[in-house]
Design a protein around this ligand. Sequence first.
Ligand SMILES: Nc1ncnc2c1ncn2[C@@H]1O[C@H](COP(=O)(O)OP(=O)(O)OP(=O)(O)O)[C@@H](O)[C@H]1O
Ligand SMILES: [Mg+2]
Ligand SMILES: [Zn+2]
Length: 608
Amino acid sequence: MPQVRRVPAREPRQDLAGSSAKRCPVQLRGAWGTLLSDGRTDGRSDRPPYRPTVRPSSPSDRPTIVIALARKYRPKRFADLLVQDHVATALRGAVARGRVGHGYLLTGPRGTGKTTAARILAMALNCERRAPAEGEPCGECPSCSRVWSGATNLDVVEIDAASNRGVDDARDLRERAMYAASQEGRFKVYIVDEAHMLTREAWNALLKILEEPPQRVVFVFATTEPQKIAATAAPVLSRLQRFDFRRIGPAAIRARLREVLELEGLSGEEDALALIARYADGGMRDGLSVLDQCLSFGEGPITAAAVRQVLGLISDEQYAETLRAVAERDTGAVFPLIDALVNSGADLVEFMGGTADLLRALLMVETGAEPEGLTETLRQSIERTRGKLQASDVVRMLSLLSEAEAAIRRSSSARLVVETLLLRWTLMDRVEELERVIRQADRRTDGQSDRTAGRSESRTADPNSPSVRPSVRPSALTLESLRAAWPDIVAAARDRSPLLGQALEAATPVSAGQGAVRLSAPHEQAVLVEGLRKQLGVIDDLIGAFFGGQVKVQVALEPAEGAPKRMTNDDLRAERLAGLRKRDPALDAAANELDLEIVDDSPRSPSP
Ligand SMILES: Nc1ncnc2c1ncn2[C@@H]1O[C@H](COP(=O)(O)OP(=O)(O)OP(=O)(O)O)[C@@H](O)[C@H]1O
Ligand SMILES: [Mg+2]
Ligand SMILES: [Zn+2]
């Protein structure tokens, strides 16, 4: 009888190299054994050595070798398949009505139930106790048990495409598929996992089978990467019924972990489960695997601290401290914070990712939504931050963060990138506004179009703001017409940048004509005027747009009343800066460190 070669007679493939389990980031202890508390082994030779795991709750003193939780709690009925109701309902209905197709494609992220669903379908088709109009397998009969555990089976064949890719395998498969199922009334089910690994030749061979499918043969292909199949085997795809599996949300993962713990007679902190759920990132297998590892880690209930240790996670307290420092603009807290992270061996990329998650959660809370999967510590931290950061601030912080994430890959010092990021966040009010204005001014003078400005443009541009608002029809530039248009010009400037608007508002046109404009501002507004001078190009364009021509703008400062001598701008600037730095030592340090420009936007200048 033709053999499908190298079909592994081992189970479950998920736990062995070559299957998707290799992508599980967690080294499993205690994942290999199976049902051995009575001292039996299943005698197979091609599995890795047993690694006994002692469960603290084990009633006997004898070490108990346990089945991996992910395997032990693999659903046995469609009804038990979490989150994938759309798949479960369709497949259950097809079985009940006797209208099962010849080919299915199950796609979706890892650990979401594809292999499980394929096995339940195979169980349902061959269940010895299933009533005729019923779509669910019993899950208990010998046939169901064999399929469920992935044991060798004449009628249900699991193939790992990762190690059986070639045309020979497909030919074997084709020949073998011609044989009917082992008994009258049974189905032959081929479950091809990692199907995107099949070669084009293998797909061609399969296509021939699917074009004239033998009676009672069902192919189920499972893959995390359907687009690869589309590239190599589009004609096959059109002959398969496709089901897309969904990521499993943190709430569902957490609930399932809680359920599994209860079934095991164990307990765990809510925060611990929330952490695992977050880490599992949509995959139930990873969630259960981490739970497994935490169980072998120590006695008693699973604590958040244990989970963190197992996963090497940065503590929630550190994230909470980050959020606090940023919300309170506590620049001085940045260096100690990064020090502590680096000293504890934290992965700074992970830190950025975790901080991004936290900011997103904050944004959700601020906008009235309910973020999933937060630990109690983080929930409280967000609660304390509420109202201190504007949603628009958080959005800007996130875009700075995504820039930093890109930068960290190019930079030789992750630490410097993260430090700079946190400093910019804590100094954001004071720095960001000016930077943005300067960038725009630079762009103008470079003659670059807004569209070519790329990334930095997309993060600073306010999608609602018109670039220039020519609400006045071009007319001749005179002092009168300029004064008349002034409120509109100020509004257009404000659209571009609130600070620029504020600065222009403080100035008054004192002369205009022949392409030249002079503005004047009171002595107390020296700082704003300094800002204006940096953006003269922008202001030129702005006023020019209103009068349909080229304009050159000058800004003058009115002398202070009774001032003994007329100070130069440099004097003013130096004096101002010295004052600012004296009031805020952290700002001073940061300005030195980063070569930052300090603007004093007076209404919200830092409190001493
Ligand atoms: N939808 C689900 N409901 C309940 N448990 C699930 C679900 N999805 C996965 N699991 C759990 O995760 C384990 C692994 O699931 P399964 O092997 O079906 O994932 P998969 O989608 O085939 O993943 P991969 O792409 O990595 O092969 C199952 O044994 C089960 O314990
Ligand atoms: Mg699978
Ligand atoms: Zn059964």
